[in-house]
Design a protein around this ligand. Structure first.
Ligand SMILES: Cc1cc2nc3c(=O)[nH]c(=O)nc-3n(C[C@H](O)[C@H](O)[C@H](O)COP(=O)(O)O)c2cc1C
Length: 199
């Protein structure tokens, strides 16, 4: 079944066909080469003043880092994310070198993660970002210093069949129609909420 985005104009297949599954193949191993490509895609993201506020903690299934990142997830995510080949925690440096707040830290780090997810799709893999984790648990496990804020955990791996998910709610979500807010409620011109009218 296609999970491709329904768009009013053509979109690059890497973007149209990216989606966030929960059913990952528990036996699939990501190669070092694949992982290196994903991390390079993140590293080369744009950032305000090239500050690159992002840091990433990377665990492979079976290692201690993976276990600790998995342990920091909320229960709903723990149920399915443990089959992913890799779990990555995205962390951002909230302050500039002079100690003042970096207003674009989260924006920049999200951009780096976006690049990673698209590169994952280009490698034939899938990525699923999660905000459902306990930051304090992650901070404690990895001694994340003051001033660095965990923003998300990303599960990466190879797609598996939806019916391998452990409960009906998850199986239904895996196949439900993907949707987005309409163009006219998203893109404005002239004044706030006046539709741009393209698409
Ligand atoms: C910052 C962020 C946090 C998210 N948190 C969770 C989460 O905790 N658990 C989950 O199952 N999905 C999570 N998602 C996945 C979204 O639900 C998903 O991206 C959205 O429904 C759109 O689906 P798509 O990525 O397949 O297009 C998160 C996505 C983002 C970008």
């Amino acid at each position: 079944m296609s999970r491709s985005a329904v768009t009013s104009a053509p979109v690059h297949p890497l973007l149209a066909e990216r989606w966030s599954p929960r059913s990952f193949d528990p036996s699939y191993e990501i190669t070092d080469g694949q992982l290196a490509s994903l991390l390079e895609a993140a590293r080369w993201a744009a950032s305000a003043r090239n500050i690159q506020p992002w840091r990433f903690i990377v665990g492979r299934r079976g290692d201690e880092t993976y276990k600790a990142v998995h342990n920091a997830l909320i229960g709903f995510n723990q149920v399915w994310a443990g089959n992913a080949s890799v779990l990555i925690a995205a962390v951002t440096a909230e302050r500039l070198e002079d100690g003042s707040p970096n207003a674009t830290a989260a924006y920049d780090t999200g951009l780096a993660v976006a690049q990673l997810t698209v590169q994952a799709h280009a490698e034939g893999l899938h990525a699923h970002q999660m905000g459902g984790f306990v930051p304090e648990r992650l901070a404690a496990s990895f001694d994340i210093p003051e001033g660095f804020r965990p923003l998300a955990v990303i599960a990466l791996g190879a797609l598996a069949e939806a019916d391998r998910l452990p409960d009906e709610t998850l199986r239904a979500r895996e196949t439900e129609t993907r949707a987005r807010r309409p163009l006219d409620e998203t893109f404005f011109a002239g004044s706030w909420q006046t539709p741009l009218g393209i698409g």
